[in-house]
Design a protein around this ligand. Structure first.
Ligand code: MN3
Length: 232
């Protein structure tokens, strides 16, 4: 075999096999990037432990059981949520709930930290100001949306493929990925996220959450819009 032919063969083999090898049929836990008590006094150790150990791990083990049952594999949990129409109808709702539960919490852990960037800067801050006028107006709008979610759900800052920002609310574990949006930052307003500490006072939890928000991951995701990384 000539060298050029050999090279063609190797490249062809890599291109052909790459999608198979990069698909995963059992997903792993994303570690919590800080200790359970790191967000105190704003979010208690008990809440973080219960949220991570029970709720988040529960979604992951149910998702993995579903994938095993149906031999469904994916490049990422996020990729599953982007192509729900290809998931068998018999398990689609369970995938929405459990893949959503995994992806939503994975972003939520990164949307907070004990010593994070409490306000974005650079390109992202400019985009927020373009859309909402001022940082304070954005914050008010996001807070109002979070307080207004009826029942269990989430509030998000998302971008579209052009980088246009929006505040989005979803119910249950639905993900904006399934609407073609790019999630950048989120806040969990399910009762399990605050009840142990704040009881029925969701407003107090949301106000406290602003003390532990971290925009680092959101800014990184925003910077990668339009690059290959977001084009899965
Ligand atoms: Mn939760």
């Amino acid at each position: 075999m000539k060298r050029l032919q050999l090279l063609g063969f190797i490249v062809g083999a890599v291109v052909w096999t790459a999608p198979i090898f990069s698909r995963v049929c059992e997903f792993k836990l994303s570690p919590l990037p800080y200790e359970y008590d790191a967000l105190e006094p704003y979010i208690s150790k008990d809440i973080m432990q219960l949220h991570y150990e029970s709720h988040y791990k529960g979604y992951l083990s149910k998702l993995n059981a579903l994938l095993k049952e149906t031999s469904e594999c994916a490049v990422s949990v996020e990729e599953l949520l982007k192509r729900l129409d290809t998931i068998p109808g018999s398990i689609r709702t369970a995938v929405v709930n459990n893949a959503g539960g995994v992806a939503n919490h994975t972003l939520f852990w990164k949307s907070m930290s004990p010593t994070g960037k409490r306000k974005p800067g650079g390109k992202m801050l400019r985009a927020l100001k373009d859309k909402w006028g001022t940082w304070e107006k954005f914050k008010d709008e996001f807070t109002r949306a979070a307080k207004g979610v009826f029942g269990s759900g989430w509030v998000w800052v998302c971008a579209d493929a052009q980088g246009m920002l929006s505040i989005v609310t979803t119910t249950n574990q639905d993900s904006p990925l399934s609407q073609g949006l790019i999630p950048l930052l989120n806040l969990d307003v399910w009762e399990h996220a605050y009840y142990l500490q704040y009881f029925s006072k969701r407003d107090a939890y949301i106000d406290a959450w602003w003390q532990v928000v971290d925009w680092t991951a959101a800014q990184n995701l925003y910077s990668s819009i339009g690059t290959k990384q977001t084009l899965e």
